[in-house]
Design a protein around this ligand. Sequence first.
Ligand code: MN
Length: 228
Amino acid sequence: MSDYVIPSPLRPSLPIKGTSGRFPVRRIYCIGRNYADHAIEMGHDPEKESPFFFQKNAENIDSSGEFPYPPETNDVHFEVEMIVALKSGGTNLELDEAMQLVFGYGVGLDMTRRDLQGEMKKLGRPWEIGKAFERSAPMGPLVPIDETGQLESGAISLSVDGAVRQNGDLNQMIWKVPEQIAYLSRFYDIAAGDLIMSGTPAGVGPIQKGEIMECCVAGLDPFVVKVV
Ligand code: MN
């Protein structure tokens, strides 16, 4: 029963590994250029920048293992990222409080219409059209931090049809996860249900229909996505 005048949209959610429980998703914050070698490949100097974030929509997540090639683009790129899921929130958090907010981790993809993002950058316009489109955030099941421990180092990689394309280490993040949480909390009321996409290592590149992306973060199960 409610006063809504149209059917209420469903809350997007992610599966939890090994249970029937679901994690309800509120917001998705994505950090840009958070691995030095990726910042360099995108034409930037990793030393000079403060962190910056953009958002995807909660409705953009998809755990089906299929990524439909999106419209209005000829250059869709993969970016493998570790997902950090928050079970609580706050504002103006101190660094040493930040990890208390973490529910767990996942493996995901920040799929990007690179051609549209590039046009928007050139024009000084917002990036949403390149980043926050339908099913642009494929994500595997979350795993509670009690089971994984804190993930601070270990391989993060992506292969396409078995060939390794991205290969980095979580310890190469310029802004570490607690720093990302504390920084976000200065600008936003972060809250339970928020996800952080923690950045991608070098090697981003285009995918084509029919290709299979295998996304790996040490300590989590591989997440496999087919481009359809
Ligand atoms: Mn990204």
